[in-house]
Ligand binder design. Structure first.
Ligand code: F6R
Length: 609
């Protein structure tokens, strides 16, 4: 979603900002722009489409020591050059870039129009430039403060002033913002990735704070108008310049990284305690004895993370015997959630910046609930706002569709279930068995990836269809949901997941030759019933692709295509069955020539509600 970056320093700001935007490109966007002070005037260059279109529009001799830049993901107003940021105040004295949504923009705009102000875009953001300029005679800092006092909504905002070329002001409310402190240069961005390669020293800005930046100094001012001290953190930002290596897409690379990333989630084995048949997760800020008090676990997440949470429910309930609820975070706030003393809330998020998840955490925390974060992005908002938590260590996930983060989230939930479960319900021998199974996972995932060609054949079966059903029972139902999401988001084929048991209650009417079904059918409790469901589909002329972990002749005869993953403990089997499903989505999308890493309309990090 929108990315913002600002720079002040001795280097030419234009290439530094362009590099920053490229580092943020993975978040998804539809237009971009850059604003600098050039020959004592504010100059804006913006364009819809990809960054190379913006780059073509920038003349080579453009230079400046300060500038702000933006990648836009349209919310208010279509994808046009006029709606791209930066936006300028009517007198050309200030430009702004904005990440977030100004909820009361239409009232503000109407009032400003009545004062004779003319707007150039359909965005909510432009009102901010108008407001600051309205009060500019108070001086930049006061003008920004005054403008912010009118805003309802979320923002990460950067301001650049024509008459103060050595100054950038930034403000945050609900959208991420981080300052990067270099030698004789300052950065400010929505994501530290934007200044990777320049500096590792960062300060995370919190809600209600305003930052006044010059080349060598920064001042952070809180809501009460006091200047505050904040810690400078040394980040380990991956060297920024991402590479697909020999892979055609980041998505394929990330799918292939799973043996290594799952191993990292297990702390390269260090988070497992084989002798005690348990795991050890630091950072929870909980003693083992605190586990006895947990009466309920409530997981909050969105999208793929939500499905990881649904799998987590099975694993946690099975190993801890504690009831687990999983909530779509976007729905939770509106429902006045019940927060009880002995409920442990867990927020799952790859980016740690998902607005809906953050909103749910805030609602629970203000009711006194305790929330742990299971997060990939180090230092992200969710990581900082939760009382404790675990990093999943998936590494940078660049492709918009989440794959390795999903596997790492499920791995961490499994480790957590094992850790809590061993204090309550499960025996040493069962614990040891699970530790052994966990240790074997990376190798088993690799063996699936080595048979990738089999999936290419399966993908040929899907690419000509406009709709696909994904079906599974129990733990496999959650995998069906995640796999359907993956197919629809990268191939644009409509895909729907149902529990195989619900097939006869409606969806069976859809079955015909044009509607293929993908069944996740593993050995164990649900095996026989799922096979019966496959038979029902075949009896009605439906084509069936099966992802399984056992192969008997009956199943092979029923399936039009079958892919067998290695055997594992049933609770951990989703970490294997998901891999062919990810590859199936990838190769179907590839056959259809889709923009796999940046699917249309989607953003990597959903920072608006
Ligand atoms: C799907 C996908 C999204 C995210 C969702 C939550 O492939 O990537 O559904 O899972 O937007 O994002 P995070 O995990 O960053 O909170």
């Amino acid at each position: 979603m929108c990315g913002i970056v600002g720079y002040l320093g001795n280097k030419n700001a234009v290439p530094v900002l362009m590099q920053g935007l490229k580092q943020l490109e993975y978040r998804g966007y539809d237009s971009s722009g850059i604003g600098i002070i050039h020959r004592k005037k504010l100059k804006i260059v913006k364009e819809k489409g990809k960054l190379d279109q913006l780059e073509r529009k920038l003349s080579n001799n453009l230079s400046a020591q300060a500038g702000i830049a933006h990648t836009r993901w349209a919310t208010h107003g279509g994808v046009t050059t006029e709606n791209a940021h930066p936006h300028v105040g009517p007198g050309g004295k200030v430009i702004i870039v904005h990440n977030g949504i100004i909820d009361n923009y239409s009232t503000l705009k109407e009032n400003l129009k009545k004062e004779g102000r003319v707007f150039l875009s359909d965005t909510d953001s432009e009102v901010v430039a108008h407001l600051v300029e309205k009060y500019i005679d108070l001086g930049p800092e006061q003008a920004v403060s005054k403008a912010l006092s009118f805003l309802n909504g979320t923002y990460g905002l950067l301001f650049l002033f024509r008459d103060h070329p050595q100054l950038i002001i930034a403000a945050r409310n609900g959208s991420p913002l981080v300052i990067g402190i270099g030698k004789d240069e300052m950065f400010v961005a929505s994501d530290a990735m934007a200044f990777a390669g320049y500096t590792q020293n960062a300060i995370f800005v919190d809600d209600g704070e305003m930052v006044v930046l010059s080349q060598n100094e920064y001042r952070i001012i809180n809501r009460q108008n006091n200047v505050i001290d904040k810690n400078i953190e040394e980040l380990t930002i991956e060297s920024g310049r991402h590479s697909k290596e020999n892979y055609a897409h980041y998505l394929l690379k990330e799918i292939h990284e799973q043996p290594e990333s799952v191993f990292r989630a297990m702390g390269r084995g260090g988070r497992l305690l084989p002798d005690f048949g348990t795991s050890l997760l630091g950072g929870l800020n909980m003693e083992k004895r605190d586990f006895f008090d947990i009466r309920k676990i409530h997981i909050l997440a969105m999208g793929t993370a939500l499905y990881a949470g649904e799998l987590g429910k099975f694993i946690l309930e099975s190993l801890t015997r504690i009831p687990v609820e999983v909530s779509d975070a976007s729905e939770l706030c509106g429902t006045n959630p019940i927060v009880e003393k002995n409920t442990l809330f867990i927020a799952l998020s790859q980016s740690g910046e998902t607005r809906d998840t953050i909103g749910a955490i805030q609602e629970i925390q203000q009711k006194g609930g305790r929330v742990l974060g299971i997060v990939n992005s180090v230092g992200s908002t969710v990581a900082r706002m939760t009382e404790g938590g675990v990093y999943i260590h998936a590494g940078s996930e660049i492709s918009v569709a989440s794959t390795k983060a999903f596997s790492n989230q499920v791995t961490i939930l499994s480790l957590l279930a094992l850790m809590i479960g061993r204090t309550r319900d499960i025996s040493l021998s069962r614990g040891k068995e699970l530790v052994e199974e966990l240790k074997n996972l990376p190798g088993k995932i690799q063996s699936i990836l080595d048979r990738e060609d089999e999936i290419k054949i399966m993908a040929k079966r899907l690419k000509g269809h406009s709709s696909v059903l994904y079906l599974g029972r129990g733990i496999n139902h959650a995998i069906a949901k995640e796999s359907a999401l993956k197919l629809k988001e990268i191939s644009y084929i409509h895909a729907e997941a149902y529990s195989a048991g619900s097939l006869k209650h409606g969806p069976l009417a859809l079955i015909c030759e044009e509607m293929p079904s993908v069944f996740i059918c593993t050995s164990g409790d649900y095996q026989e019933k799922t096979v019966s469901n496959i038979q029902e589909v075949k009896a009605r002329g439906g084509k069936v692709l099966v992802i399984s972990n056992y192969a008997d002749d009956n199943l092979k005869a029923l399936a039009d295509e079958i892919f067998i993953v290695p055997q594992s403990d049933e609770l951990l089997s989703p970490l294997l069955t998901v891999v062919p499903c990810q590859l199936l989505a990838y190769y179907t999308a590839l056959a259809l020539g889709r923009d796999i890493d940046q699917p249309r309309n989607l953003a990597k990090s959903v920072t608006v509600e």
